[in-house]
Write a protein that binds this ligand. Structure first.
Ligand code: IMP
Length: 485
């Protein structure tokens, strides 16, 4: 990237998911990346799964920022991320097979914590209670905060592995030995862990040319005019503090944290961009106020995790169109999952499905000062035409605790599926977007108190009806109407 010092300092925007993850953040990043010089991550690790549909096929990324298909964009992995080194090297190799070589574009902070073999072990042992992705993320962040265990360092950063590979590998091995010593097959498993550690060392060496020791890297770039987009991983409802403990991820997912984990001073902040989806989903356990089928859906998900039930089994057993007509919200949720492909991109687990919860969005917009919102999967709302709702149901208030069925739902006019398809075909013009969809957009804006600047109408990046770009914001909306107001 070349910046022109004469144009003055640049700016940074932060994009976060407003719900429980998997809102289609990667698709929006891919769409707006041409407006930025750097796309950077600030939290999480290989627990994320970013799906991007490209002319070369579908790519699922875990750790690399989503602007991979924009050669003009530098990619940066900030110190707030935790790294699975082997997976990161594999991800870069996968990208080379679709013609993307990131050797000169990716920069990684040497202060990122490394996910160690002992972290996988601990997550696999204890993560099921929360429904974690099993990638060792929680134990890694826990060790980062603990710093030492029994007087021995337990948080190992990428720079430790690069500066002292031998000593760092010995610490990792000792940690895993301590965990395995009571196990009957400890010897066998330790041999496998030794191999894993050797692979991590090799991966760290392969990544060495991309690792930056310069902590002022981004700050200097932005001071020279660069425009940065921070890409949040996981989402606001999964934040370790603001989400519902313990059913959360272990990092801070909030936009303010971009300026901690992303290695840039907050003075450059311009806009906070939220991404939501119209058919909401959640993987993992925990509260989900607008869940279709409520506790029964949560129990179904728990059972699916236990038995490994996923897309194939559901598709063999059910006709989604028939389920859609059922009066049971659990069936409607199953139908929507099948018709809209809501299965974990990393884990393949069926996702729990819920109504668009406008009260929850209103709260998140207010709490985090979200300036603009992209709403994905609005085309999927057309499926509600064949449901007993007879329109698009949205949730306006949380159910009172212990009083199922008291949730406030409003049913809005449904979209015409044919018109939606025509709108997609006609993009990028907006003329074909059905009037009912535009009325829906306005309704959502009034409820949540932020402008919706894009409606997702399909998985591909060019299937987004765009009304504005961050930086060319429409006039401010009045504050959101309170639920019931
Ligand atoms: P962990 O991040 O693997 O520790 O999992 C903690 C919780 O966050 C679980 O409910 C996961 O399903 C959820 N989670 C983690 N990463 C993602 C993601 O990328 N999308 C959606 N949920 C996620």
């Amino acid at each position: 990237m070349t910046t022109d010092p004469a144009r003055g300092p640049g700016h940074s925007d932060v994009l976060v998911g407003l719900q429980y993850g998997d809102e289609g953040k990667a698709k929006i990043i891919d769409l707006i990346a041409p407006d930025y010089d750097v796309v950077a991550r600030f939290n999480g690790g290989a627990n994320a799964g970013h799906t991007i549909d490209t002319p070369a096929g579908r790519v699922v990324l875990q750790q690399v920022p989503s602007a991979v298909f924009h050669p003009g964009c530098e990619l940066y992995i900030g110190s707030g991320c935790v790294l699975n080194l082997v997976k990161l090297r594999d991800e870069l190799a996968l990208l080379r097979t679709v013609g993307v070589d990131l050797a000169d574009r990716l920069r990684i902070s040497d202060r990122c914590a490394v996910v160690q073999p002992v972290h996988f072990l601990l997550d696999q042992r204890t993560g099921a209670a929360i429904g974690t992705t099993g990638n060792g993320i929680g134990p890694c962040y826990a060790d980062r905060a603990a710093r030492t265990r029994d007087g021995v360092r337990c948080n190992l950063q990428l720079r430790d592995l690069l500066e002292d590979p031998e000593g760092t590998a010995a610490l990792m091995l000792a940690a895993v030995e301590r965990e395995l010593k009571e196990e009957a097959d400890a010897g066998e498993r330790l041999a496998a862990e030794r191999e894993r550690i050797a692979a991590m060392r090799e991966s760290a060496e392969a990544l060495r040319p991309m690792v930056t020791t310069d902590r002022t890297h981004l700050a200097r770039k932005v001071a020279d005019g660069a425009r940065v987009l921070f890409e949040g991983a996981q989402s606001l409802m999964l934040d370790v503090v603001q989400g519902d403990q313990p059913y959360v991820t272990s990092s801070h997912t909030l936009p303010g944290h971009a300026y901690v984990g992303g290695d840039l001073p907050p003075r450059y902040h311009r806009h906070t961009i939220g991404v939501a989806k119209a058919v909401v989903s959640r993987v993992g356990h925990g509260p989900f106020p607008s869940e279709l089928g409520a506790e029964r859906s949560a129990a179904y998900f728990a059972e699916a995790c236990r038995t490994g039930r996923g897309r194939t089994e559901e598709q063999a057993e059910h006709d989604p169109q028939q389920l859609l007509g059922s009066a049971d919200p659990l069936d409607v949720g199953t139908a929507l999952r099948m018709l809209t492909g809501e299965y974990g991109s990393g884990t393949g687990r069926p996702r729990r499905i819920g109504l668009l919860d406008l009260e929850q969005l209103r709260e998140q917009v207010t709490l985090h000062g979200v300036d603009v919102v992209y709403l994905n999967k609005t085309d999927c709302l057309a499926h509600y035409r064949d449901s007993h709702y007879g329109g698009v149901p949205v949730q306006l208030a949380a159910a009172a605790p212990g009083a199922p069925g008291s949730e406030r739902i409003e049913v809005l006019p449904v979209f015409d599926a044919e018109q939606v398809r025509a709108a997609v075909a006609g993009l990028p013009g907006l003329d074909g977007v059905p009037a009912s969809m535009l009325a829906f957009k306005e309704y959502v804006e009034q409820r949540i108190g932020a402008p919706v600047i894009g409606l997702g109408l399909g998985p591909e990046r060019d299937c987004t009806a765009e009304f504005a770009r961050p930086g060319t914001l429409p006039a401010a909306l009045p504050a959101a109407r309170q639920a019931g107001g």
